[in-house]
Design a protein around this ligand. Structure first.
Ligand SMILES: Nc1ncnc2c1ncn2[C@@H]1O[C@H](COP(=O)(O)OP(=O)(O)OP(=O)(O)O)[C@@H](O)[C@H]1O
Ligand SMILES: [Mg+2]
Length: 247
């Protein structure tokens, strides 16, 4: 069953199309990767789903509700969260305080008491493996740990859909592996559907169940990773050479 439907989505900037007629259904519980060259419209598409950018035309439906014109705040409350390449943390607050902010704005925000928000923050810090650093100021953490804080915050309030934009950029192989496992377990244990924009192809091949390729704002390919990555059109437009899972 589709949790998200994009219907002929267009987003123009000053008359130039960044997203140019994308129609796409995302199933509940999928891990979908979106790849493509720089400037293909990947981030624009994610920002349109979360409502930071408003569409030029087309429609976005989340759990069969039209969210095209909803505010980011309402979209967040209805169960969509996002993590970006640059962690959006409050450097002087503690790890725990940063995560509690999410509990106050997430899906269940209206029903959380302060105590429940605290509990939820703790549970999500456990989930990402940062509980032992709860009381540290976030500016004492490295990039990977700050992203984990961002993940924990996004997961508080239990979103149904998590949007990730290049969250593996700048990580070493050990951190990349940890990040892959964390995303997989967000889907497996928390039931979160994942839409993930990524340039780290090895990670895409290891984690994604389906890959969509965007090129000049249009869908170039859509299918299983091993099939898409061998598509001659995709190789020409983006990859340059074939990517194998353990390449
Ligand atoms: N706020 C904006 N104002 C004007 N043009 C924009 C804006 N945001 C993006 N664009 C343009 O839209 C196009 C798509 O950009 P977008 O950031 O979505 O690409 P991307 O696929 O995420 O690229 P990358 O892989 O480099 O992150 C680009 O041509 C970009 O210059
Ligand atoms: Mg981008």
């Amino acid at each position: 069953m589709a949790i998200l439907n994009l219907e002929n989505v267009h987003k123009h900037f000053g008359g130039l199309p960044a997203v140019d007629g994308v129609t796409l259904g995302v199933d509940d519980g999928e891990i979908l990767a979106i790849v493509g060259p720089n400037g293909a419209g990947k981030s624009t598409l994610l920002k349109s789903i979360i409502g930071v950018l408003k569409l030029t035309s087309g429609a976005i439906k989340f759990e069969n509700v039209d969210i095209t014109k909803m505010s980011t705040h309402r979209i967040r409350q209805s169960g969509v969260a996002m993590v970006l390449q640059t962690p959006r943390v409050f450097p002087s607050l503690t790890v725990e305080e940063n995560v509690m902010v999410g509990a106050m704005f997430g899906k269940k925000a209206k029903t959380f008491s302060e105590f429940e928000a605290y509990d939820e923050a703790g549970a999500m810090l456990d989930f990402v493996g940062l509980r032992d650093k709860s009381k540290l100021a976030v500016d004492q953490l490295n990039l990977h740990e700050q992203r984990q804080v961002d993940f924990a915050r996004a997961l508080t309030g239990r979103p149904r859909l998590l949007l990730l934009d290049e969250v593996m950029a700048g990580l070493n192989p050990t951190e990349t592996h940890a990040s892959i496992e964390m995303i997989r377990s967000a889907r497996d244990r928390l039931g979160v559907t994942i839409i993930w924009v990524e340039h780290v192809m090895k990670a895409v091949m290891n984690l994604a169940e389906r890959v969509v390729v965007l090129d000049f704002g249009k869908l170039l390919a859509d299918g299983r990773p091993e099939t898409v990555m061998r598509d001659p059109g995709v190789i020409e437009a983006y990859l340059g050479k074939e990517v194998l899972p353990d390449a």
